[in-house]
Design a protein around this ligand. Structure first.
Ligand code: BGP
Length: 473
């Protein structure tokens, strides 16, 4: 592995910070989401309501514990740490003219603390955290005006932290929307679907405005500091054909296209031909102007990041789906893979496959910015937590990425495990779906004193970093 490989971990502001109404912070979309559970979706309430359980309001209180938490990361030898800037700390409603100084100051202190230990900050600008006022009053990214609000926010961050942060990502898992249309919300774009009929068209339109916003931010960022690395962030879970039947193979290819086309626009600055055909076939009228096309070309990213947790398998149904439109209802269980308690299929080989898939297509330096295992942990009577299942998951995924680098020659800058310290789950709002090397004493009901303790995996990862990935056992 390269000597400067960035071993680290990743989190997001809304899943860690808490302090939802401290320091002038406004309400974000994550602040109105209730707790759910396996198979129980989170609800979105109309503003913050009395008597509801909002797990992100306190989360793990990173806002007040960040020094203690960063010291733990430093003890493991972290080279990098990914988090996001909560948009509502900087622009509480999203449409103000001036940023909130107290919010800016918080991230100054946070980045200084990381730098103190030589930990490289990796920063996502928008990680499922749209200001609630933009959702309610503007319809999120379905409104062209939101492009301007995002660019103003991004610019404020680039200017303020230009000497402290080099690695940026614009939108976390921007392509999650491919799957979200079956739900009530497009969280990334801040759009409440609430039964609106043309959900797919809405998804394509808001994605376009987000992509334009991202491209404008990239342009702006590189003007402010030409050394910036500004990347896209793709939620990447490869889709395999269920069998070698040619129709299944074609369906898997179509699914890969329709789940990952965002990367084409981010990297190549233009829409793939088959997607424009799909718009036409469905009669979708997407507002894409000539000026937008120019912006997309000028604002291409200069590195590519992605998360990886699992893979899927898909079956074709040419009779009912002759155009091979992507829909999760065609997924089938992969009989070769085991799954987590949340049904996420464990597939380290898919990570190697995926690294090659990206590198062949785009040829950009890459970073894995999320990979981890959500599980129930047991605290033993003597206080130890023996999370061998987490070690096993991470070990095999690191083996796979090493093979992609050393045998296949992909250009990988770093690996950010998700999430080094337990956090609130994004999909379910649970605390008990744990990812960390560090245990946080708090459960789904919100009980616990928030104290931190080291799990077995903490010492294992420390050794992985010490040996630059040479010793994984
Ligand atoms: C990704 C998100 C993260 C994160 C992770 C694990 O989709 O970028 O925010 O939480 O998945 O998912 P979950 O928290 O639902 O287990």
């Amino acid at each position: 592995m390269r000597k400067d490989f960035l071993w680290g971990g990743a989190t997001a502001a809304h899943q860690t910070e808490g302090a939802w109404d401290v320091g002038g912070k406004g309400i974000s979309i994550a602040d109105v989401m209730t707790v759910g559970g396996p198979g129980i979706p989170r609800r979105i309430t109309d503003g913050v309501l009395e008597g509801e359980n909002y797990p992100n309001h306190e989360a793990t209180d990173f806002y007040h514990h960040y020094k203690e938490d960063i010291a733990l990361l430093a003890e493991m030898g972290f080279k990098s740490f990914r988090t996001s800037i909560a948009w509502t700390r900087i622009f509480p409603r999203g449409d103000e003219d001036e940023p909130n100084e107290e919010g800016l100051k918080f991230y100054d202190d946070l980045f200084d603390e990381l730098r103190k230990y030589n930990i490289e900050p990796l920063v996502t600008l928008c990680h499922f955290e749209l200001p609630w006022a933009l959702v309610k009053e503007y319809d999120g990214f379905l409104n062209r005006k939101t492009i301007g609000f995002f660019v103003k926010f991004a610019t404020a961050c680039f200017e303020r932290y230009k000497d402290k942060v080099t690695y940026w990502m614009t939108f976390n898992e921007i392509n999650n929307q491919a799957d979200a249309i079956q739900h009530h919300i497009l969280q990334e774009g801040g759009i409440l679907l609430n039964g609106r009929e043309n959900a797919e068209e809405i998804m394509y339109q808001s994605s376009h405005y987000e992509l334009v916003a991202s491209a404008l931010a990239v342009k702006k960022g590189l003007e402010i500091n030409p050394n910036f690395k500004i990347g896209c962030m793709i939620g990447y879970n490869p889709v395999y054909p269920a069998t070698c039947k040619p129709e299944d193979v074609l369906m898997a290819q179509a699914a890969m296209n329709q789940k990952y086309w965002w990367a084409y626009v981010h990297v190549r600055g233009e829409y793939p031909h088959w997607l424009l055909n799909k718009f036409e076939r469905h009669g979708y009228k997407i507002d894409i102007t000539e000026e937008d096309k120019q912006i997309l070309k000028e604002g291409v990213v200069n590195y590519l990041t992605f998360s990886y947790y699992m893979s899927f398998a898909i079956k074709a149904d040419p009779e009912n789906n002759p155009h091979y439109d992507y829909d999760r209802k065609y997924f089938v269980k992969n009989e070769y893979l085991k799954a987590s308690d949340w049904g996420w299929q464990i597939d380290p080989v898919g990570l190697r496959w995926g690294l090659n898939w990206f590198y062949d297509r785009f040829g950009l330096p890459m970073m894995i910015v999320e990979n981890g295992f959500g599980a129930y942990d047991k605290v033993e009577e003597d206080g130890t937590i023996n999370d061998d299942y987490r070690i096993a998951y991470l070990r095999e995924h690191i083996r796979a990425l090493k093979a992609a680098c050393e045998e296949d020659g992909v250009d990988l800058l770093g690996y950010q495990m998700w999430s080094p310290i337990d956090i609130v789950s994004a999909s379910t709002g649970e605390m008990d779906k744990r990812y960390g090397f560090v245990y946080v004493n708090k459960n789904n009901a919100g009980e616990g004193d928030l104290s931190r303790s080291r799990k077995k995996s903490f010492f294992w990862y420390k050794h992985v970093i010490e040996t630059n990935g040479e010793e994984l056992d």
